[in-house]
Design a protein. Structure first.
Length: 201
């Protein structure tokens, strides 16, 4: 009996301590979680609210050192938020006489450089993927700039998202080698797809 009594007292004290911890955790909003989601950055909230959705695309290609022929193609794009809303992804695909095209990109905001960053992968890039460069808002336009090292020197690239509304926006990419002026390479018109048309695509 003398051996059992101290054990009983220890168990009683442990139970009381656990009950106090449980009450304290309940008052403070519950037990801590190992996988607590971070808060969404306001910069990513703006980007996602602007561009997320399912879109029909009309692609216009200019003949240049990137594209051997000019023409147009129709396709689709799916843009959506990533985990915790702090990244955004885009899937793009088109099928036309110009050929089949598939692309995938991921974008995020870097507080240290105060700019948007990203990586883009597509079926035309022999490397598979490449750095997007850096981007920021310029008034109502979203501008991406990037310098790419090519065999013949450095190529400057500028991508402009303009005419942005809830239902549509335009994209244009310009490029130039060295000190040469930038020339229009390609443009895409995005038109928001209805739920019915998206299901059929």
């Amino acid at each position: 009996m003398r051996r059992i009594f101290p054990l009983f007292v220890c168990l009683l004290m442990a139970t009381s301590a656990l009950a106090q911890d449980s009450t304290s955790s309940t008052k403070s909003g519950g037990s801590p979680k190992a996988f607590e989601s971070t808060q969404q950055l306001p910069e990513m909230k703006k980007l996602i609210e602007t561009f997320s959705g399912r879109w029909r695309t009309t692609i216009t290609v200019e003949k240049n050192f990137w594209f051997p022929v000019a023409g147009t193609a129709n396709g689709r794009a799916d843009i959506q938020a990533g985990p915790a809303g702090n990244s955004m992804t885009e899937r793009q695909r088109s099928n036309s006489p110009l050929g089949d095209f598939a692309g995938f990109g991921t974008y995020w905001y870097d507080p240290q450089t105060k700019s948007y960053k990203g990586i883009w992968c597509d079926s035309m890039d022999p490397r598979g993927c490449g750095d997007m460069g850096s981007a920021n808002w310029d008034g109502s336009n979203f501008i991406v700039t990037n310098d790419m090292q090519m065999e013949k020197g450095k190529m400057h690239v500028r991508e402009t998202f303009s005419n942005i509304s809830h239902d549509s926006f335009d994209f244009m990419i310009e490029a130039g080698m060295g000190d040469a002026p930038l020339k229009k390479m390609m443009s895409i018109h995005y038109q928001r797809a209805s739920a019915a048309s998206s299901d059929r695509e």
